[in-house]
Design a protein around this ligand. Structure first.
Ligand code: 5RP
Length: 232
């Protein structure tokens, strides 16, 4: 029997539960894989576990609240034990591209506030080289087109060339939970993730980008017949 992509996501989320203990403070990721994890967390809470969680998006907050998962904020709880989140791409070093769901800023802030980050994903997310998935870049709305031009130059200087486009949703520009726009960079391949990250971070108007470098400790990937573990 081979697992479908969604069953692989669920299997990875279930395996991540082996790392969760009663009493932990957790970061809850965003996306279809993280949604399975939040369901499992909800079941533990229903069974009496005392967990305290920071959601990485309004969508996850809504799901978690519907499951009666106790929620907190980074301001109230700045140090978390573990964040479990999905990814759009990951390489052998556990450098990630995230933000397919537009939640990259809160996802990065929550992961960076956690002692450990575990990535859960279906097996298709593991790649030899990052960049086939367009890199999400969150920008402030003020001067967003001018920022896009600056990003193009900055990225080219880091060896990443490709089409940049504003993310759209239902015919309108997509707006993040933080009130910003997302520019997707279809670079095809990213030759040097660190160099690109530094170039983007030095670009005025860029709030953050979906490259997660040195944040993930472990990845649990669904495979056709179970899960595979990748360590950083
Ligand atoms: C949201 C994310 C998600 O983790 C990423 O898009 C993966 O989503 P999915 O689990 O649905 O494949 O970064 O901003």
């Amino acid at each position: 029997m081979t697992l479908s992509a969604d069953d692989q996501k669920k299997a990875a989320a279930a395996a991540a539960m082996d790392h969760v203990r009663d009493g932990m403070k957790l970061g809850l990721g965003t996306g279809s894989t993280a949604k399975h994890f939040v369901d499992f967390i909800g079941a533990k809470v229903a069974g009496g576990w005392k967990l305290l969680c920071v959601p990485t998006s309004e969508a996850t907050r809504t799901q978690a609240a519907s499951l009666n998962i106790p929620l907190t904020t980074l301001d109230e709880t700045p140090e978390l034990d573990l964040t479990v989140d999905g990814a759009d791409e990951l390489d052998a070093d556990l450098t990630l591209i995230k933000g397919g769901g537009g939640a990259l800023l809160r996802e990065k802030m929550v992961a960076a506030s956690s002692a450990r980050m575990i990535v859960i994903a279906d097996g298709s997310k593991k790649v030899a080289r990052l960049g086939a998935f367009p890199l999400p870049i969150e920008v402030v709305t003020f001067g967003a087109k001018a920022t896009m031009r600056k990003i193009e130059k900055a990225a080219a200087g880091a060896g990443a060339k490709g089409q940049l486009s504003f993310r759209m949703k239902n015919g309108a520009q997509f707006v993040t939970d933080n009130g910003n726009y997302i520019i997707d960079g279809a670079f095809g391949m990213i030759p040097d993730a660190k160099k690109l990250a530094l170039a983007l971070e030095a670009t005025p108007g860029v709030v953050d980008h979906g490259l997660f470098i040195g944040l993930a400790d472990l990845a649990i990937l669904g495979a056709p017949d179970g899960v595979v573990i990748v360590k950083a």
